[in-house]
Design a protein around this ligand. Structure first.
Ligand code: PLP
Length: 394
């Protein structure tokens, strides 16, 4: 019988830890010592287990990578110093020499910045795709064989959900590889490798670590490509600090429980707010009126995620007023904390997009993103209802 994700999450990888430590200890070391030159040779050649230098590998980081691989049901995992580092490594691992990078239109602004400001100058070519228009998307993929498609399983902030099953199949038939950024959905809701994704990446900073107290990324995939991933992490120096990996692993053990509660809270809160007169739209894929509700029901398990977008009729002025009035929900331009937070995509996560690119994915000055936490939902309902009451409607 397959072991449930709630059970897998709490079980830290078991290895022969010194002193029979029940959980992976923190190896806060840059280097390792050896008894002989032969031993060093064997470790470098891979005939002996061991570590040579923490930039290339560390037991604490390895344990965390194994835990994430188990959560994502992947053969192998790796931890990078940040989510951005993970995306860069994933792209370079799948597309070593410059070629087309197909990006979903809703992509996180940082990922776009990476492509535009780092990869395009190196010769990679940005190609926008609408992953919700299957025919047009297939056409673009057929025109760009050898390319890599980058998309998010649940998009930020409007909760668009990709039909990962059919999309990945079409990509592979067209000779395009697929990176799924699973930061928003987390393996609690979807494991994109099951649908054939070539690599899954995470900003571990968010839900996986869960406490807004560290920056980390992760990559999961098949063992052969992960060899390249490990080597790139080492050579580009996007290695995490072992302490951050240890903290991330501690947070990840409650991932399933946190996501279960947070997505329940999000569903309740989105349902309460959906017809509020101050709002033009509540964008949550768990609402039947959301354009991707049926896809989300097919692709996601255990709920619809912990994030939704609010479109305020009163535009930026109303958005600013809501931020000012909320008492238990702070404005934090990040997400995935145990605490509910609110952000403004136009000034924060999506500021890298041009106005036209923002408009294309319905990000306007009146859009707020809510990352729902694990509080008592009654308190959240009260805070949001008070903050939205009597707003100028624009
Ligand atoms: N992917 C998504 C969907 C994100 O929201 C973010 C950060 O906000 C990143 C990647 C980048 O992750 P990090 O901030 O850990 O580098």
């Amino acid at each position: 019988m397959a072991i449930d994700i709630h059970t897998r999450a709490v079980q830290p990888p078991q290895m022969d830890w010194p002193q029979n430590s029940a959980v992976p200890p923190l190896y806060q070391t840059a280097a390792y010592t050896y008894k002989s030159l032969e031993q060093v040779d064997r470790i470098f050649q891979g005939t002996d287990d061991g570590y040579t230098y923490t930039r290339a590998g560390n037991p604490t980081t390895r344990a965390f990578a194994d835990l994430i691989a188990s959560l994502e049901e992947g053969e192998q995992g790796a931890i990078a110093a940040s989510g951005m580092g993970a995306i860069l490594v994933a792209v370079l691992a799948l597309e070593e020499s410059p070629g087309p990078l197909l990006m979903a239109r809703e992509i996180y602004g940082g990922s776009l910045g990476l492509v535009r400001r780092v990869l395009e100058p190196l010769g990679y070519r940005l190609v926008w795709v609408d992953t919700h228009a299957p025919e047009a998307c297939l056409g673009i993929m057929r025109e760009n064989p050898g390319g890599v498609l980058i998309l998010e399983s649940i998009s930020n902030p409007l909760g668009r959900v990709c039909a990962l099953d059919t999309l990945i199949e079409s990509a592979h038939r067209s000779g395009v590889k697929v990176i799924v950024d699973n930061t928003f959905a987390t393996p609690y809701h979807v494991r994109p490798l099951r649908f054939g994704a070539d690599l899954v990446v995470h900003s571990v900073t968010k839900f996986i670590a869960g406490h807004s107290d560290l920056i980390l990324g992760a990559i999961v995939g098949k063992a052969d490509i992960m060899k390249t991933v490990d080597s790139l992490i080492n050579l580009m120096g996007v290695t995490p600090d072992p302490y951050a990996a240890w903290l991330g692993m501690r947070g990840a053990r409650t991932l399933a429980l946190r996501m279960e509660r947070a997505s329940d809270n999000a569903m309740t809160l989105a349902t309460v707010l959906k017809d509020h007169p101050a709002l033009a739209q509540v964008n949550y894929p768990g609402l039947t009126r959301h354009p991707d509700y049926n896809v989300a029901k097919r692709i996601l398990n255990g709920g619809f995620g912990a994030i939704f977008g609010l479109s305020l009729k009163g535009g930026r002025t109303a958005a600013e007023e809501v931020i000012r009035r909320l008492t238990i929900v702070p404005f934090v331009p990040s997400l995935g904390d145990v605490m509910t937070t609110i952000s403004h995509p136009q000034v924060a996560s999506h500021r890298e997009l041009t106005q036209a690119e923002q408009e294309r994915v319905a990000i306007d000055p009146g859009v707020l993103r809510v990352s729902v936490g694990i509080e008592n939902v009654r308190d959240l309902i009260e805070d949001f209802t008070n903050a939205l009451s009597g707003l100028v409607l624009g």
